[in-house]
Design a protein around this ligand. Sequence first.
Ligand SMILES: [Zn+2]
Length: 91
Amino acid sequence: MRKICAWCNRPLSTASEKDERQHQVTHGICVRCAQSLLARYPASLGSFLDRPPAPVLVIEPEPRVFTANEAARLLLGKELPAIEGRGGAGT
Ligand SMILES: [Zn+2]
């Protein structure tokens, strides 16, 4: 599955030849577009992420959780210290 930025359509990772032949595409946001988008908002990242009613997790490339909005914290039943920096396997 190819991963591309939904804003600029640039690849989010180096795709192998096998990946290039696949027609499935998933979207995310690249660092450049994320910085440009967040620069337009004077509010902090936390208050920006709390605007949508849906749970939002910001995932770093490692992958691990950078932060989570209020809806995600409610869904998981955890506060930020128990979520931030955790890997996909709960590590
Ligand atoms: Zn982009």
